[in-house]
Structure formats: structure tokens, C-alpha cells
Design a protein around this ligand. Structure first.
Ligand code: NAP
Length: 321
């Protein structure tokens, strides 16, 4: 058994048993998708569900963005990897680095697909346009956008939230999604072909005290997605959202707020997640979000638009219809 296989097995065990060895989770998640031989990957992705497609992913340096980039590549897509790859001061945890972005690029190439890493800030419309133009110039077209980049601030109730906490979360998590969509949509509408998935959250389906900025942005994404789906549907462009629950990423481990508490430990987050879920599982692997995104962007999802898919382990069974 290779080291990668051992790490993957360890990570699965941790996720199913919960609680124990939580420290191993983040380290193991950074190797997700590694270890595939280029030859095998070439054979597999030639017949993959995204063979011949070009996808843009924002927030691709790590976490859900990285897992989705690797999955898309494994299914035959070339991938444009956009990430700011530097800290944003109001996010109280270290954000991704240029090395993280380079690692995602390496993982996509290991799947025998083209990868184009672009350091850009989703808050800047001009940077999103330039990245899209570069993707079209160098990879020929854009078929898919996964608008995923996001940040969280810790315990910031509206009465005490700072201006940067309010503004940065709205600007990255909502305006950033709209900017990425606005950058690719003219090209997709002109080609009469394209599919967009935005990353909302279970925080976009319910109120969450302590993070009104995050909640406002994530609810906003759903309104945006449903409105734009109707605007561009007759042009054969589909627009959907996913709403993940607690996922094994730095945003969860370092950006989760529990009302009235200082920064929670991993064990506390794992316990809260398990209680929150209908299934007997705690924090979920990012690859499970990638699987839902893949379904939405693949031809199997061809009649799904304006749709919101919860990847929420049954916590979503509490939502109103
Ligand atoms: P993550 O590991 O922190 O990844 C987020 C990525 O977004 C980072 O690589 C980050 O790069 C990038 N990013 C942040 N601001 C950016 C900007 N202005 N421009 C370009 N890139 C930017 O967290 P994650 O959990 O994978 O989060 C991905 C998405 O899933 C977010 O929208 C998040 O809200 C959503 N989500 C996560 C969970 C969860 O439990 N983890 C649950 C529901 C929804 P830098 O780090 O360099 O800024």
C-alpha cells in the first residue's frame, strides 16, 4: 500500500469514527487526489464525464476548490485555478499561499490535464475579466465555472461587527461570485453553452448567529443563482448552487464560530457537526462536495438549473421545502 493510500485510509477512518486523531485530518486532506499515475489518469479521463471541457475554479488553492479541481481533471477537464493566495486581514486565520496554489496545479497536471494557475482577487472585476480572457486565449474556451472562493470571520454579531469584517465577507463571498459569473457569462451566452455552480452553504439556508455577514452573503448567492438561471436559461447556460455543511478544510477548523464561545477546538467542531447532521457522521471530506458539483456540471445534470443541492448529511432535512 502506498503512503498516499495509507493516508487516505487513515482519513476515512477518522471521518467515520469521528473524534479521535483529529489532528491528522488537515494534513491528510492536503494529499487528496495525489498518487494517480499519469498513464492511468490519461486512460481514465479520456472517457471522463468532462472530457474536452475547460473549467474555471475560484478559491482553487486548497479545500473544496482543490478537491473539485482534481475531480474535474480526473474526469477529463482542463482547469483554470484562480486564487488570491494571500491573507485577508479580517479573516482570522491564515489563507492559502502561492505554494498551495502551485500544489493544486501539480495535482491537476498529475491527472494528465492542462492547468493554468492565476493569482487573482475575486473582489476585482478587472482581474476576473483578465483571468477569463487568458483562459479563452490559452485553453480555447470556458465551459464551466465553479465560483467557490470564500472566507469567514469569527463571532462577529451585527451589533459589534467591524466595517472590514462586514465588507470583506460580502465582497468575497457574494460580490466575488457575481464578478466571476459576470466575467464568464458573455462568452457562455455567445456560445450558447455553459454551466455555473456557486458555492453557498448551509449558512445560506438558515440563520446563524455570530456570522450575519456570512449568512447574508450565502443567502444572497441563492437569490443570485436563481435569478441568473432565468436570465440565461434560453441561451443554454445553466446556473446552480451547492450548500455544504461542515467540511474538512481550514475554513471549518479555523473559521468556525460557536455562539458565546472563544475559538472552538477541532473536537468541539466535530461534535457539533455530528449533532447537527441527520446521518451519523461528523465533518465531511471536500471530495463529497466535488462529487455534487461534478453532477451539476456534467451532462447528467443537463436539465438542472436554478437548483440548490445541499451536501449536508441530513441537516437539510430540517429546512422548509
Ligand atoms: P478554504 O480552504 O479556506 O478555501 C477557500 C479558498 O478561497 C482559499 O484558497 C482562498 O484563498 C480563496 N479565496 C478567499 N478569498 C479570495 C479572493 N478574494 N479571491 C480569490 N480567492 C480567494 O475554505 P473552503 O472550506 O474550501 O471554502 C470554499 C467555499 O466553500 C467557500 O465559499 C466557503 O464559504 C464554502 N463553504 C465551506 C464550508 C466548510 O465547512 N468548509 C461549508 C459551506 C460552504 P486565500 O486563502 O489565499 O484567500
Amino acid at each position: 500500500m502506498s503512503d498516499t493510500d495509507k493516508k487516505e485510509m487513515t482519513r476515512r477512518e477518522v471521518l467515520t469514527t469521528g473524534g479521535a486523531a483529529l489532528a491528522g485530518l488537515a494534513a491528510a486532506s492536503t494529499v487528496a487526489g495525489q498518487g494517480t499515475q499519469a498513464g492511468e489518469a490519461g486512460q481514465r479521463n479520456a472517457a471522463g464525464r468532462l472530457a474536452g471541457r475547460v473549467a474555471i475554479i475560484t478559491g482553487a488553492a486548497r479545500g473544496i476548490g482543490r478537491a473539485t479541481a482534481v475531480r474535474f481533471a480526473r474526469e477529463g477537464a482542463d482547469v483554470v485555478l484562480i486564487d488570491i493566495a494571500r491573507n485577508i486581514p479580517s479573516a482570522p486565520y491564515p489563507l492559502a499561499t502561492p505554494e498551495d496554489l502551485a500544489e493544486t496545479e501539480r495535482l491537476v497536471r498529475a491527472e494528465n490535464r492542462r492547468a493554468l494557475a492565476v493569482r487573482a482577487d475575486v473582489r476585482e472585476m478587472s482581474q476576473m475579466r483578465q483571468a477569463t480572457e487568458r483562459a479563452i486565449r490559452e485553453l480555447g474556451k470556458v465551459d464551466i465555472l465553479f465560483a467557490n472562493a470564500g472566507i469567514a470571520t469569527m463571532n462577529s454579531p451585527l451589533v459589534s461587527i467591524t466595517d472590514p469584517q462586514w465588507r470583506d465577507v460580502l465582497e468575497v463571498n457574494l460580490f466575488g461570485v457575481a464578478n466571476a459569473m459576470r466575467a464568464v457569462l458573455p462568452h457562455m451566452v455567445e456560445r450558447k453553452s455553459g454551466v455555473i455552480v456557486a458555492n453557498s452553504s448551509v449558512g445560506g439556508r438558515m440563520g446563524t448567529p455570530g456570522v450575519p455577514n456570512y449568512g447574508a452573503a450565502k443567502w444572497g448567492i441563492i437569490g443570485l443563482v436563481k435569478s441568473v438561471a432565468l436570465e440565461v436559461g434560453k441561451s443554454n447556460v445553466r446556473v446552480n448552487a451547492v450548500c455544504p455543511t461542515f467540511i474538512d478544510t481550514e475554513l471549518t477548523w479555523q473559521g468556525t464560530s460557536l455562539p458565546g464561545q472563544p475559538r472552538p477546538t477541532r473536537a468541539e467542531i466535530e461534535q457539533v457537526a455530528r449533532q447537527f447532521h441527520g446521518l451519523d457522521v461528523g465533518v465531511l471530506p471536500p471530495e463529497d462536495v466535488a462529487a455534487a458539483v461534478l453532477f451539476l456540471v456534467s451532462d447528467e445534470g443537463r436539465f438542472l438549473t436554478g437548483e440548490v443541492i445541499d451536501v449536508a448529511a441530513g441537516s437539510n432535512a430540517r429546512w422548509q421545502a
